[in-house]
Design a protein around this ligand. Structure first.
Ligand code: FES
Length: 73
């Protein structure tokens, strides 16, 4: 699978797994995967992919929470 972030070997599948694990922001994605923590050249694509994947999963699974489940809600 092609890396979205070459500097930190982050793939689209890694981003998908991060969303399933509760990631809902680019900052959380960076913290979890290191994505865009190098040259920064992947940031725009990574942000768009993160947004697209969150939307895709939320539409496919109506019970999917758009906010992380560990926020006390
Ligand atoms: S390609 Fe992602 S930080 Fe360089």
């Amino acid at each position: 699978m092609t890396d979205v972030c070459v500097c930190h070997s982050v793939t689209e599948e890694d981003i998908r797994h991060a969303v399933v694990a509760g990631v809902r922001s680019f900052e959380a994605l960076q913290w979890l995967t290191g994505c865009s923590g190098g040259c920064g050249g992947c940031e725009q694509e990574a942000r768009q992919l993160l947004s697209d994947i969150i939307t895709e999963i939320a539409c496919a699974h109506p019970t999917f929470h758009l906010r992380p489940s560990h926020d006390g809600q």
